[in-house]
Write a protein that binds this ligand. Sequence first.
Ligand code: KG4
Ligand code: ZN
Length: 346
Amino acid sequence: MIVLGFESSCDETGVALVCTEKGLLAHAIHSQVDMHQEYGGVVPELASRDHIRRTLPLTNQVLAQAGLSADDVDVVAYTAGPGLIGALLVGASFACSFAWARGLPAVPVHHLEGHLLSPLLASPAPSFPFVALLVSGGHTQLMQVDAVGKYTLLGETLDDAAGEAFDKTAKLLGLGYPGGPALSALAQQGNASAVSLPRPMLHSKNLDFSFSGLKTAVLTQVRKAEDAGGSLDEQLRADLAAATEAAIVDVLAAKARRALQQTGLKRLVVAGGVGANRLLRERLDQAMGALGGRVYFPPLSLCTDNGAMIAFAAAMRIQAGLETLDASAASFTVHPRWNLEDVTVA
Ligand code: KG4
Ligand code: ZN
């Protein structure tokens, strides 16, 4: 069975083809980063309009890459939420139009379920059950995953997401959008111990996170430096970047470790854009190794938003018997806010 998947929840248009027998056949992404950069963040209306421009050319591109035609597609999948409503509507209406015109079923997919199952596209793939650390621009959650569609929330951020903490701090340091990769690159020239930053909720007994205090602490340091000498010097900027990255990674690694201890599970799966962070990958590898466990990441190219994870999650849900595959449905809905635990099961 061949699944054509669409991702359009935020600032990346992703289209992919996944075969239930052969795995990923082709995928293509268009990132809107350059377009939003001058505004310092995502402008929702511009995002929607760009998804409209990109979806059809990307669809033709992946079909050509896979050597297939539209007639070879068996099922269409699309991100139905959470995300920006206009952006979601573009992907959902394109996907459903494509499906209905060909009498095919259209499967709505939860964006985080896509991220969460994407490490199963790597080799070796983790087996169930596992703990998933979902770290993206909008979410920071620890989930127990017992099977496809069986997700239990263990803990989550009470305020900013880890990616948001990277992005907001990067902005304070005068770095572009998105801030995560830029802050991480600047951190390489800095000394994390030159500046002391808080590790919010590091010692709380639960598995929740809080990152909003971090940007305030960085802002205080920036103001202090500005009051003393006018502007931030290059070394202090790099030190603040390194200290921020170290603080976020310390908390994520400690809570992930605690989640494995509390659940008694040995496998940790990391997904979402922040999963591309090099320091986080190193620290989690060490921490899980020390516990006799193992950490699994999606392929680096599939850490941030992409269509492959959406097509793949739909394929896994179909194989697990969780989708009814009704080709006669003639309506769809999107969910800008949507809890993963509420993902409906056929
Ligand atoms: O999963 P994603 O592509 O989109 C959402 O669903 O939010 O994640 C985007 C987030 C952004 O906050 C970005 O700054 C962060 O992932 N990110 C990183 C890195 N690459 C992307 N954060 C830290 N280090 C990175 N290398
Ligand atoms: Zn995402």
